[in-house]
Each structure stands twice: as C-alpha cells, then as structure tokens.
Design a protein around this ligand. Structure first.
Ligand code: DGY
Length: 315
C-alpha cells in the first residue's frame, strides 16, 4: 500500500514505515497546498500530516484513504466528521508530548513573570546601565494562584509542577464535571472566579469553534491587573486584538504566547509590545518528543493498514 507524507519525518519512524509500505514524501518548501494534496492523495491508503495542513471534506472526498494520522495532539485541521462519514480512521499523538508542552508552559510562565525576554532585548541593544535595586522588577510565584483552563493531560501536567514553585492551583470547571484526578491537585472554580482570582492563567483547551475567542475583551477585563496569561494550546482560543488592547491598557501585566490565530502571522501590535513573550509554536519541539510523535503516527498507520485498531484514534 502507499502512504503519503506531507513532510519528511524522523528517520527511525520513516524506515519502519518504508519497510512495510511504499512511501511518497512531499518535500516542498512550505506546507502542501490543498490542490497539491488533492492531486497526490489519489491512490494512497494512508496520509501522515501535520497541524499546518488543512484536511478538508473536499480533500477527503477525493481520496481512498483508510487512515489520516495527524502528527499533533490537536486535530482541528482535519474535518473529522467528513473522514468518519467515509469510514476513514483519524488518529492523533496524545501523551507523548504532554511533558514537553508542560515544561515549555513553565518556561513561558517563568520568563513572563521575571521579564526575561524584555531584559535580554534591552541588554542586546546596549541599554543596560548596570545593577540597581529597582531595575526591571518582576513578580514572584510563591503563594500565588495558577489558574488552569482545560484539565486534559497537558493542563494536569502543568498543574502538577506548580507545587515546586509554591503555587496553589485552581482549574476552570467550564460546565463539565471535573475529574477526581484534577481535584486532587487543584480547586475547581467557575471560569469567572478563576479569571478574577488567578495570578497566572494558563490555557490548555483544544482549538475549534467551541473554544474560539474564549479569552476575549470581557474575560481579559475580569483578570487582575497583575495577571499573566499564557497560551500554549491553540491561537484561536485568544482574541489577539482584544489581548493587544488589554496589554496596551495595562489591564493585565503580561502575556506569553506559543500559538497564534493565523500562524505563522502574529497580530502586528503584539510584535511591538514589551509585555508579551512570543514563541514560534515550540511547545512540543524537543528531539525526543518529535521522534515519539512521528513514531506514534507511523504505528497508527501500520496498525490500520494491517487491519488492526489504531493506538490513538481521535474520539
Ligand atoms: C499539537 O500537537 O497539537 C501541538 O500544538 C504541537 O506542538
């Protein structure tokens, strides 16, 4: 059978796939276009793709696929309903990236509260005048509240590291029953209670219509003026225009973003602001994690093409 890869994947995973099936790799300089994808997908039984590719109902309709394996935990780039309607299995890569994203979230939290990137920029442009008592003061984390929005694997892994910094954890109930596991480490609050009482708010919900602009002008205005907003989930969760307004008006102290509404574009006013840290979607970007993500996608493809159930189907 033939598998289409929209990008080259780490060699161990690729070799395993090539040992079992024919493999075609798209090697273009930028993400594959929808038209190119439609052309290449014909006659392929499996597709391994990334979150940067939109796998629309139209693409799906032109295919004979048995599986679409996304190398990402998020899968809002795929029209899952259209795939399901044609009996195509869709898989993602949960678990293997949880710790990497949680670690990166903490990197952003620490960098934001201690103004790390702002300080580095100042130093690099030769503007540092030396140590003084009141120079570039940030805030400590000890005794503060970390508000987690989204208590899936990543939200829980971020929460689990909070005691190391002396933080207490709250999580947003968002209407759904809370899991006993998350209640062990955190206090459940309504979304509004969480917004008004947290010192750091970290977002870990999936992307898609249900969470689009969950953080908007209204919710930003409810946060503490000293609050820090961190987003390592999906850009669509935060209204970037509203965020730029809140940062400009100093309604919140700072933000740290790894994801954007229109990646790789960033809402231009954010680029000019000192009180926002902007990372280029690096949450899962470790050698170990990316190898594990690619291997899991390949395992899913191998399973489905040999008539077995996949390891990590999307629900
Ligand atoms: C994912 O897997 O959804 C992440 O955003 C990749 O870092």
């Amino acid at each position: 059978m033939t598998v289409l890869l929209t990008r080259r994947i780490p060699s161990a995973a690729l070799s395993k796939l090539q040992a079992a099936h024919d493999v075609e790799i798209y090697d273009g300089p930028s993400p594959i276009s929808e038209d190119e994808l439609k052309r290449r997908i014909v006659g392929k039984q499996a597709l391994i793709c990334l979150l940067t590719e939109k796998i629309s109902a139209e693409v799906i309709a032109t295919s004979d696929l048995r599986i679409i394996a996304n190398i990402a935990v998020g899968y809002e780039n795929i029209d899952v309903a259209a795939a399901r309607a044609r009996g195509i299995v869709v898989t993602n890569t949960p678990d293997v990236l949880t710790e990497a994203v949680a670690e990166f979230t903490w990197a952003l939290i620490l960098a934001a509260v201690r103004r790390l990137t702002e300080g580095e920029r100042l130093l690099r442009r030769g503007a540092w005048q030396g140590w003084t008592l009141d120079f570039m003061l940030g805030s400590g984390l000890q005794g503060k509240q970390l508000g987690i929005v989204g208590t899936g694997r990543i939200g829980r892994a971020v929460a689990a590291k909070a005691p190391a910094f002396g933080m207490r954890v709250a999580f947003a109930k968002r209407g759904q029953p809370s899991s006993p596991q998350s209640e062990k480490v955190a206090v459940p609050l309504s979304m509004d209670e969480l917004l008004v009482s947290s010192d750091v708010i970290s977002l870990h919900v999936p992307g898609g219509q249900a969470t689009r602009h969950m953080i908007d002008k209204k919710s930003l205005a409810r946060m503490k003026r000293s609050a820090i907003l961190v987003n390592t989930s999906r850009g669509s969760v935060v209204d970037e225009e509203a965020l730029a307004w809140a940062l400009r008006e100093r309604l919140i102290a700072a933000a740290a973003l790894d994801v954007y509404e229109r990646e790789p574009a960033v809402h231009p006013p954010l680029l000019e602001m000192e009180n926002v840290i902007l990372a280029p979607h690096l949450g899962s970007a470790t050698h170990e994690t990316r190898r594990a993500m690619a291997s899991l996608a390949v395992e899913n493809v191998l399973a489905v093409l040999s008539g077995q159930p996949p390891k990590t189907p999307v629900s």
